[in-house]
Design a protein around this ligand. Structure first.
Ligand SMILES: [Zn+2]
Length: 342
């Protein structure tokens, strides 16, 4: 059976072609690629994740998985292209990236919300949520990035935007259930969780629900800074970085990154808002490849920094870890707020 290979770099693919591309890769690179169906949506579409594992599971350290998700918000098309480009590099160009692939496994879900995405392609380019029906709310759809069970009740209407619906209860949506199930499947193996959004051009870490910083913030900050530095060096583009609530100056409840960090206890959790305010959620086709290349440079640097930083921390005696973070937190708490406000 021949499967056509869609062009992931120069156009926004439809859901069907995205899944065809993943199927093509699973067939072409069956030694190290595996597809997993993580959900079937309200409108009957399959959400697929791709596992890229050159190691056959034996990499010497327990936490060696990097989990990346894109396309949670329907209109943020560029996040899907960037996730597909990461997949492209780690499969079709894997020989370029053996330094990272010899240390880490990747699980990537390029399109978490295919129903919303297809609706945004055909009906309403501004659509953000999925397309499920809610009995308690007249609006169609739930905001999947407000539906995770962490401080879900914290604010009644997540960010005050009309019709931004957080769901009737936590994990009411098959898309968020699917991501949660995969986090649980790989629970003690995930080192770094990265959620792709657009277009605020920023790299951010927990918390979203409070302006307080978690005690582990220096590690998160170091990884975000690695992404910032790599992108600045490659194209000169300046990303903001810091905690979600400090950078955005808002608080959000029920987000995937807070859940991954606060409940699943994944050591490094970040959200990367891709560029840019100039082009919005759907930059023109001719810019997709350059944004994808630049973003991959940042993502790759953050993966490498995660692996080396976490290994360093593993060598600190466990009893000293809280003290280590406490000291950093007290010394630099003010500094980070200033830097992330820029
Ligand atoms: Zn978003």
């Amino acid at each position: 059976m021949n499967i056509a290979k869609p062009d992931v770099k120069n156009m926004y693919l439809c859901h069907k072609d995205i899944n065809n591309y993943l199927k093509y890769l699973a067939k072409r690179y069956k030694k190290f690629v595996k597809l997993i169906n993580i959900a079937k949506t309200f409108e009957g579409r399959y959400v697929k994740g791709i596992l890229i594992d050159h190691s056959i599971g034996n990499l010497g350290i327990n936490r060696n998985m990097i989990f990346i998700e894109g396309g949670t918000h329907a209109r943020e098309w560029i996040t899907i292209s960037v996730a597909l480009y990461c997949i492209n590099q780690l499969t079709e160009k894997h020989f370029r990236h053996m330094d990272i692939l010899s240390k880490a496994r990747f699980f990537i879900v390029p399109l978490v919300n295919p129903d919303g995405y297809e609706y945004s392609r055909t009906q309403n380019k501004r659509w953000r949520k999925n397309r499920s029906l809610n009995s308690k709310n007249k609006c169609i759809g739930t905001d999947c990035n407000r539906n995770y069970d962490f401080k879900w009740k914290f604010k009644e209407q997540a960010d005050g935007v009309k019709c931004t619906f957080k769901g009737e209860f936590p994990f009411s949506e098959v898309e968020t259930q699917g991501i949660k199930n995969m986090m649980e499947t790989f629970s003690d193996q995930i080192l770094f969780f990265l959620s792709l959004h657009s277009y605020a051009q920023s790299i951010m870490y927990p918390w979203a629900y409070t302006k307080e910083l978690p005690p582990q913030w220096p590690l998160l900050h170091e990884v975000a800074e690695a992404g910032f530095g790599a992108i600045k060096k490659s194209t000169g583009r300046i990303y903001k970085y810091g905690s979600i609530s400090n950078v955005t100056k808002k608080i959000f409840s029920g987000t995937v990154v807070d859940y991954a960090f606060g409940v699943m206890k994944i050591p490094i959790c970040l959200v990367m808002e891709l560029p840019s305010s100039k082009y919005g959620f759907q930059p023109p086709n001719e810019l997709i490849e350059s944004i994808a290349i630049e973003s991959w440079i940042g993502i790759r640097a953050m993966c490498m920094e995660s692996l080396s930083s976490y290994n360093k921390i593993l060598y600190i005696p466990q009893t000293l870890i809280p003290k280590f973070f406490e000291k950093e937190n007290n010394d630099e708490n003010n500094d980070i707020k200033l830097r992330s406000a820029v």
